[in-house]
Write a protein that binds this ligand. Structure first.
Ligand SMILES: Nc1nc2c(c(=O)[nH]1)N[C@H]1C(S)=C(S)[C@@H](COP(=O)(O)OP(=O)(O)OC[C@H]3O[C@@H](n4cnc5c(=O)[nH]c(N)nc54)[C@H](O)[C@@H]3O)O[C@H]1N2
Ligand SMILES: Nc1nc2c(c(=O)[nH]1)N[C@H]1C(S)=C(S)[C@@H](COP(=O)(O)OP(=O)(O)OC[C@H]3O[C@@H](n4cnc5c(=O)[nH]c(N)nc54)[C@H](O)[C@@H]3O)O[C@H]1N2
Ligand code: SF4
Ligand SMILES: [Mo]
Length: 732
């Protein structure tokens, strides 16, 4: 028996795990008590790591389609097939003929952070789609416009704040998102213990809401109105106080004028929250010594997602809580480039081009996921003929899976980098499976940038690669070579090129630690067992903390880099060099929200999602230890609605919406407010041709089949997944 450390990749909390091993077999997982960040915390998913890791349905080697059938093949055959098929397509139809689809687990692997940008660069395709437009793109847009950097996301200072206002997030089940905090539940309890207060705005009485001092059961989709009324109240009651931040903010008076109509009385009906409560929320926020407003999925994947995300930070700014301890601060990760001196930047542009079929604006170089199917289906120049998916299951995670399912079936070529044969990858011509997480090294390039404490941790592979396996970094590197006409070159060529490009730029930047160095000599200094490790070493060296990879190796439980610190103004990259509180695209979208004040509140049912602690989007339903109990795909209905609609506990209901209908088991519970039903996503594992033994035996239904993809937040292209109208009728 031995042990090995592994950072958990199963949610954003990034807990350190201690794995117990019998030879190369993982026999158990417990929280690493010495981890500088997670200090021993573990949740049921982390505890199931061994089972998730050893799932017998994980593909052991590549699959290649021959005579219509996916068959086991060698790695060589797999990459030969890709190179032979994709180059002619690109040569005949141009780079846009290839669409790239990046899913959520890319933020949970080193490969997913290091290679997709190179893949996109190598292909030069403009058809890039990611899970961001099913998730947090409104936050990127808001941050891009306010701060000039779409990745400058303020996170609530959980451990020091006196008051936390959570809008549409349920960290007790999700373990936190865009706010990396191992033991989020414990941190919320500690907030209450030290006399702080917690308010939760959620149409469901979630486990998080049950912990709160105040739960506001808002009508879904109305958060932007509620937040606008809080901003209005701050101005009306003279409660704004920007403190030292004032010197760096422009546009305050414009915002005051813009929210004039959004009085608590005017929004009360639409929110179904009385005006006194709204005034109290604003008052509590302003009165707290420090406070933070934090919004997630429930205020992001909605009609006014970007406006709501913008208003969250407007509240943080107007109460002087942005960028101060106890408020909402910007993390500084160890692999972020060393900060440049303050001054004007390039700013953030939206809609530099538009999608071909529906003319959706590009955001961050991406098109909305809801546009993928039509870009494959619609003939003409620029049509997508080949798709590469990396860690993505859009047939279940995006609106109208049936349509996408059919569209993927018509492609000339589909390649999937994925460990499973699932609802999406079953259409692939080549499947390239990465090894299970125990066999790969880990560093959190993405989540350290959203963490409530600055720290850096690296865990090497816990066990060696199985015979016949290929590291995911090498898979990505070989894929890049195969699609770019360099098939057969050594994968290290990809990393060398990345190092050279990064260094060539860094040595010219005065604020860079390598300013003036000779790039070739510096590259030769880099340390690492392979390309990705050398790249990590380089990023640490170029970073703000004077770290090298060897420092992380010497500190297996991580290096604590201290609590978050103020970063304004150096962090700002707007053209003005200031926080632009009232950006033009937001101003142009506000009339839509004003119109909502005039529209009568619809009286039908609306549907919202929910997450379960023992699940993760679409891909953990194949682990027996995580299924069953309350982790089921049921339609939650309030008792009053159930009585009115004659729905019975355990009975079947038909749910209909603009994208389709489905039949699902009813669960009656007053944890959802009346007028709202809730169905989780990621289910619907009943399509043929998959290899998901456990999941397909209890498939559940795909909530996204109720959507047709026409509802989006227009500024960010993000799908409306919460708060859409449905009708529900009993089925015999
Ligand atoms: N209705 C509704 N829909 C939603 C949501 C919702 O709340 N409601 N949530 C949305 C959100 S927030 C997100 S992020 C998306 C997620 O959408 P996706 O990213 O499309 O879906 P996931 O289920 O996360 O699928 C991930 C894929 O990655 C594969 N995978 C797992 N581990 C690895 C790995 O180590 N390497 C590689 N290469 N692949 C791996 C899995 O097998 C699976 O195929 O879903 C969105 N869809
Ligand atoms: N266990 C588990 N953990 C996960 C995941 C998972 O699938 N399972 N997925 C991971 C991913 S990819 C992400 S993005 C994060 C998401 O992390 P969170 O955003 O914390 O998770 P959700 O459960 O989607 O929380 C959204 C909440 O918003 C509420 N809501 C719905 N509509 C509205 C509305 O209109 N207004 C308001 N105010 N609230 C509303 C819902 O009832 C729900 O409680 O979780 C991550 N962690
Ligand atoms: S909270 Fe997240 S990171 Fe921590 S053990 Fe659970 S799944 Fe893993
Ligand atoms: Mo997500």
């Amino acid at each position: 028996m031995s042990t090995a450390l592994r950072i958990c990749p199963l949610c954003e909390a990034t807990c350190g795990l201690t794995l117990t091993l019998d030879g190369t077999r993982i026999t158990g997982a417990r929280g690493d008590r010495d981890d500088v960040f997670s200090q021993g915390f573990i949740c049921p998913k982390g505890a199931a790591f061994p089972e998730v890791d050893a799932d017998p349905d994980r593909l052991r080697g590549p699959l290649v389609r021959k005579d219509g059938e996916l068959r086991e093949a060698s790695w060589e055959e797999a990459f030969d097939t890709i190179a032979a098929a994709i180059r002619p397509l690109i040569e005949e139809y141009g780079p846009d003929a290839v669409g790239i689809v990046l899913g959520n687990p890319n933020v949970h692997t080193m490969a997913g952070a290091l290679y997709p940008p190179l893949l996109i660069g190598a292909l030069r395709t403009r058809n890039v789609f990611t899970a961001s437009t099913l998730d947090q793109m409104p936050k990127h847009v808001s941050s891009g416009l306010l701060f000039g950097d779409p990745f400058a996301v303020p996170v609530p200072d959980l451990d020091r704040t006196d008051h936390l206002l959570i809008v549409g997030a349920n960290p007790l089940d999700s373990n936190g998102s865009l706010c990396t905090a191992p033991d989020f539940p414990g941190r919320l309890k500690a907030l209450r213990r030290r006399g702080g207060t917690l308010t939760v705005v959620d149409p469901r009485r979630t486990r998080t809401a049950r912990l709160a001092d105040r739960h506001v059961a808002i009508r879904p989709g109305a958060d932007a109105l509620l937040l606008a009324a809080l901003v209005h109240t701050l101005f009306e009651e003279g409660l704004t106080d920007l403190g030292p931040l004032a010197a760096h903010v422009e546009g305050v008076e414009e915002v005051r004028a813009a929210v004039r109509e959004f009085t608590p009385e005017a929004v009360a009906d639409a929110c179904d929250v009385d005006a006194d409560t709204l005034r109290a929320l604003a008052g509590e926020l302003a009165a707290a010594p420090t406070a933070a407003v934090y919004g997630r999925m429930g205020s992001s994947t909605v009609e006014y997602g970007t406006l709501a995300n913008w208003l969250v930070d407007v509240l943080n700014i107007l109460t002087g809580n942005l960028d101060r301890p106890g408020g909402a601060l910007f993390p500084l990760s160890a692999t972020a480039p060393a900060p440049r001196p303050a001054g004007p930047g390039r700013g953030f542009a939206l809609g530099r081009r538009h999608s071909r079929v529906s003319h959706h604006p590009e955001v961050k170089g991406e098109l909305p996921m809801v546009a993928l199917a039509e870009e494959i289906e619609t003939p003409g120049e620029g049509r997508i003929r080949a798709v590469i998916t990396v860690a993505a299951n859009p047939v279940l995670s995006a609106p109208d899976g049936h349509r996408l399912d059919a569209a993927l079936g018509t492609l000339d070529l589909m390649v999937a980098v994925d460990p499973y044969l699932n609802e999406t990858t079953r259409h692939a011509d080549v499947v390239l499976p990465p090894p299970p997480p125990s066999q790969s090294a880990h560093f959190d390039f993405a989540f350290n940038g959203f963490a409530v404490r600055n720290q850096a941790r690296f865990t090497p592979a816990a066990v060696p690669l199985d015979e016949g396996r290929m590291d995911e970094c090498e898979i990505h590197a070989r894929l890049i070579l195969a699609v770019s006409g360099m098939h057969g070159a050594p994968p290290s060529a990809v990393d060398d090129l990345a190092v050279d490009t990064t260094l060539a730029k860094a040595v010219t930047q005065e604020h860079s630690p390598v300013y003036g160095a000779d790039p070739k000599e510096y590259a030769a200094l880099l340390d690492g067992a392979n390309g990705p490790e050398r790249r990590l070493d380089l990023m640490l060296r170029l970073g703000p903390y004077d770290l090298v990879l060897e420092d992380l190796r010497q500190a297996p439980h991580g290096i604590d880099l201290g609590p978050l610190k103020p970063r304004v103004p150096a962090l700002l990259k707007t053209r003005s060099g200031r926080i632009e509180l009232f950006p033009a695209p937001v101003a142009a979208d506000l009339p839509r929200l004003r119109a909502a004040l005039e529209t009568a509140v619809p009286d039908g049912l609306v549907l919202v999602g929910r997450r379960h602690l023992r699940s993760n989007n679409s891909w953990l339903h194949n682990t027996p230890a995580l299924g069953g109990g309350s982790n089921r795909c049921t339609l939650q209905v309030h008792p009053e609605d159930a009585a009115r609609l004659r729905l019975t506990e355990g009975g079947l209901a038909r749910v209909t919406a603009e994208g389709g209908e489905l039949a699902v088991e009813v669960e009656i519970t007053d944890t959802v407010r009346n007028g709202v039903v809730s169905l989780p996503h990621g289910w619907g594992h009943d399509r043929p041709g998959t290899r998901l033994t456990v999941a397909s035996a209890r498939p559940g239904v795909n909530v996204n089949q109720l959507l047709d993809g026409s509802r989006i937040d227009p500024l960010s292209g993000t799908a409306v997944l919460n708060g859409f109208p449905v009708t529900v009728t009993p089925l015999p």
